[in-house]
Design a protein around this ligand. Structure first.
Ligand code: UDP
Ligand code: MG
Length: 331
């Protein structure tokens, strides 16, 4: 009976017990209205609440619901990645489980896909129920990423998007660890377009993205797609070098001609020393970020570990979550 569905929906789940019933209802309503076949691939990212139980119940009731259960929490981007690895639809939609991404928008995405676009991303026109801090940092983040990265990542888009099977296969063939999925999708290319929407407040529960995760996410985005932080070092070193060269004659002149005792105090030396060390340490940190990511790649660990799968026919497939399954290689 295993015919492959027309559409696959991927939803990462981390402590979303209060959202799961409604998520299922809304997705079912929307997807059934297409009159075509679909599957919902959920990834339980080490939830500590009843999320897994609820998902397993849904899967037992409705065979279109599948569950990839992680051995622990591996993070949002890896949960989405695992979901993509386990899809088989002709078009795949990534959606958040907290209903901040309205499932109804999928119909509009499908229309664009049928009109010949391979990637349809959702652009947030407005975001409700977020703190001013999140709104401000997100705005800043998307604009900074846009400026300094080498690929054109559309402004104010999250992972909520529809992708053609060819794009998903290309994405699945990318084995990198510190994944910034929206950047990778832009990098792949194909015909892309956006549909805009108003991002609602979370239906239930609270954000799973505290500041620490947001910073890490931002650094993955920057290091994954830009050498800019490495390159600015040369400008700083140039400015400091020029200052140093100019300082010699200037200080000599001031001293000889005016008898001016320049830079006399210890305190000045200490302050300058601290300032320059701080510059240097900062740049060491920047380099460290890139080095750590090289290390992540060279260790070659799997991206995630799956404890079990529910609702899949082929239980052995992709057991270690080691990048993509061989059959997903792009030609
Ligand atoms: N999520 C996940 N693993 C994590 C953090 C989040 O699978 O470690 C899921 C979460 O359940 C949700 C989606 O990723 O479906 C987006 O998370 P969240 O809504 O907390 O992020 P925000 O919308 O606040 O940026
Ligand atoms: Mg959310």
């Amino acid at each position: 009976m295993a015919t492959k569905p027309r559409y696959s929906i991927v939803a990462p789940i981390y402590n979303e017990e209060g959202n799961i019933p409604k998520l299922y209802d809304r997705i079912k309503g929307v997807m059934d209205s297409t009159g075509e076949t679909w599957e919902l691939v959920t990834v339980n990212d080490g939830s500590r609440d009843r999320s897994l139980e609820l998902l397993a119940e849904l899967s037992a009731k409705d065979s279109r619901i599948k569950v990839v259960n992680f051995a622990r929490n591996f993070g949002h981007q890896l949960a989405v990645t695992a979901g993509l690895h386990h899809t088989s639809g002709d078009a795949v939609v990534i959606i958040d489980a907290d209903l901040q991404d309205p499932p109804e928008l999928i119909l509009e995405m499908v229309e664009r896909w049928k009109a010949g676009y391979q990637v349809v991303y959702a652009v947030r026109q407005e975001r409700k129920g977020e703190s001013w801090f999140k709104l401000f940092t997100a705005k800043l983040f998307y604009r900074m990423i846009y400026r300094i990265t080498d690929v054109d990542i559309p402004l104010d888009t999250g992972d909520f998007r529809l992708m053609d099977r060819r794009v998903v296969d290309a994405l699945n063939s990318m084995p990198e660890h510190n994944r910034f999925i929206r950047g990778l999708t832009s990098w792949i290319g194909f015909k892309q377009t956006g549909v805009s929407y108003v991002r609602e407040a979370r239906e239930w529960g609270e954000t799973k993205y505290p500041l620490k995760k947001m910073v890490r996410f931002a650094m993955d985005a920057v290091t994954g797609f830009s050498y800019f932080p490495l390159q600015i070092m040369v400008y700083v070193s140039f400015v400091l070098g020029v200052l140093a060269v100019l300082a010699v004659p200037v200080i000599a002149l001031l001293r000889v001609i005016l008898g001016f005792q320049f830079l006399g105090g210890q305190v000045t030396h200490i302050v300058l020393l601290l300032l320059l060390s701080s510059f240097q340490l900062f740049f060491l940190f920047v380099m460290g970020q890139y080095v750590a990511r090289i290390y992540d790649e060279t260790r070659g660990r799997p991206l995630y570990v799956v404890a079990d799968r529910i609702g899949f026919e082929d239980k052995e497939k992709n057991t270690q979550g080691k990048s993509a399954a061989p059959e997903l290689e792009v030609s």
